[in-house]
Design a protein around this ligand. Structure first.
Ligand SMILES: Cc1cc2nc3c(=O)[nH]c(=O)nc-3n(C[C@H](O)[C@H](O)[C@H](O)COP(=O)(O)OP(=O)(O)OC[C@H]3O[C@@H](n4cnc5c(N)ncnc54)[C@H](O)[C@@H]3O)c2cc1C
Length: 444
């Protein structure tokens, strides 16, 4: 059996000593990753492996403003704590991942996104400075305005232009290798985040006929094409009728309608609702309405949390997608999900679709029994084979972890894998950090 030692260092020095001990290390943040099942980690280790599973919970925490528009955090600060800290301030976080109990530093490690990404774009653009413990246990400081000075890598086919994340880390500034590389190159200890002016928002919604029946999804695409031209909209998310059947209680439950909701600046809500009705003639005034922010927030947190609970209570591995497509390929995405949904329905398998609709980024989640689990994997594999033929990013915000590795190796060319291996060896020549990550599995 592998030897896993859980460590809770209290000081940076204790953490540095763990690194210097040269055992393999996996950092655990709040443990909400959907692609790294911390509870089942042992299954993925070899018999003689020795591992420190290191929690950063006991390290000293700090949250403060460096100036009015720059937030500094260190240690296990959650997105919720940062939002509360900024509550009365003039500036705000550029993005809010749905799981507010996740740690901000882990958010850097996974290149987390979330609802406000629709207006503000990816997290990477807002990180000014980071502090990292390197493979020798040394504390290093990296700046976004300094050029990456590691080995020159040929990652030319990397898709970075309009997706939240890329198949392989985007590497331009010296902080870049650490954003989205899931703790495979070092341990993040501190960061500075550029803030955005606080906006008072109001949410409104539109109800649409179920996306997977008839050609209803075409109306969804019309709404999408409309919203992507709206500068005053901050978020645009969707919960399908199946997700709404899954919630404990809501006025939208069992209505058999998909819910798309928007947050906009409060002064523009009236005009936006009118414009939406004008642009989508199949919509009627009663399909559009206002919703309280608190009602909206509890709905959008409850659905993915219930999925996560279902998976962990049944000791399963998550069966879900995290695909973002180019706007021109949204029809392909819907058609792929419709095909997958049909197969699942024939076998009485429950599934649901929700997520960051305005970013062309939806999570399709299957809720199988243990017996149906392998069959679901085959269906998902088939889905990925199909969707990867169009312009898409298959791992838009949850990362690769362990569960998505087989897809990463399928879609990243051998040449790029070789380049990533060089990157890994530049920062972590002894392969200490996150030994279960894809960078440690490259065999070239
Ligand atoms: C209900 C729900 C909703 C979610 N919604 C979103 C969403 O809207 N957007 C989104 O992007 N994700 C979302 N996620 C996924 C998850 O919350 C994110 O991936 C998050 O960033 C993980 O943070 P964590 O603190 O739980 O990290 P963990 O799960 O503990 O770790 C995640 C990875 O980061 C590494 N890591 C953690 N901390 C460090 C560190 N200090 N230094 C180096 N490496 C580190 C870990 O080793 C691991 O590989 C959601 C998950 C759930 C359950």
């Amino acid at each position: 059996m592998a030897n896993i030692t859980t460590a809770f260092p209290y000081t940076l020095l204790e953490l540095q000593e763990l690194v210097v001990a040269q055992k393999k290390i996996i950092i655990k943040g709040a443990g909400t990753s959907t692609v790294l099942p911390f509870a089942q980690i042992e299954k993925y280790l070899n018999k003689n492996d020795q591992l420190f599973l290191v929690s950063i919970d006991n390290l000293s925490k700090e949250i403060c403003l460096v100036d009015e528009q720059t937030l500094k955090i260190s240690g296990a600060i959650t997105w919720l704590e940062a939002r509360q800290f900024l509550f009365e301030k003039k500036y705000d976080l550029p993005l809010w991942p749905t799981e507010t109990s996740a740690y901000i530093l882990s958010g850097l490690a996974t290149s987390a996104s979330g609802e406000r990404c629709f207006k503000y774009g990816p997290l990477r653009n807002y990180i000014n400075k980071i502090k990292v413990i390197n493979e020798n246990g040394k504390l290093c400081e990296y700046h976004a305005n300094k050029k990456y000075a590691g080995p020159k890598l040929d990652l030319s086919s990397n898709k970075i232009s309009y997706f939240k994340n890329s198949l392989i880390p985007q590497i331009e500034s010296e902080i870049d290798p650490f954003i989205g590389s899931e703790g495979q190159l070092g341990i993040l200890i501190e960061c500075q985040i550029k803030l955005v002016p606080k906006i008072k928002t109001l949410p409104f919604f539109v109800l649409l006929k179920p996306w997977d029946e008839n050609d209803n999804y075409k109306t969804h695409i019309k709404v999408l094409n409309w919203v992507r031209n709206q500068k005053d909209i901050i978020t645009c998310e969707m919960m399908d009728y199946l997700s709404l059947e899954f919630v404990s209680s809501s006025r939208f439950k069992n209505k058999k309608k998909d819910l798309i909701f928007f947050e906009c600046e409060d002064s523009s809500i009236q005009t936006l609702c009118e414009e939406l009705l004008e642009n989508c003639s199949e919509l009627e005034a009663q399909d559009i309405g206002q919703i309280e922010l608190s009602e909206l927030n509890s709905l959008r947190l409850e659905i993915p949390r219930k999925v996560a609970d279902f998976i962990s209570n049944n000791k399963l591995l998550k069966k879900g997608t995290d695909v973002q497509v180019n706007q021109n390929n949204v029809e392909d995405l819907f058609l792929s999900y419709i095909r997958m949904g049909k197969m699942l329905k024939q076998s009485n398998l429950r599934f649901l679709l929700f997520g960051h609709f305005g970013d062309c980024h939806l999570h399709f989640n299957i809720l199988p029994t243990k017996e149906q689990s392998d069959w679901c994997d085959k269906i998902l594999e088939n889905f990925y084979d199909q969707i990867m033929k169009v312009d898409c990013m298959p791992f838009a915000e949850h990362g690769i972890g362990i569960l998505k590795q087989k897809y990463w190796f399928k879609y990243v060319s051998k040449n790029e894998q070789k380049e990533i291996k060089r990157l890994k060896e530049w920062y972590d020549s002894k392969y200490i950090f996150n030994p279960l990550g894809y960078m440690s599995k490259i065999e070239i």
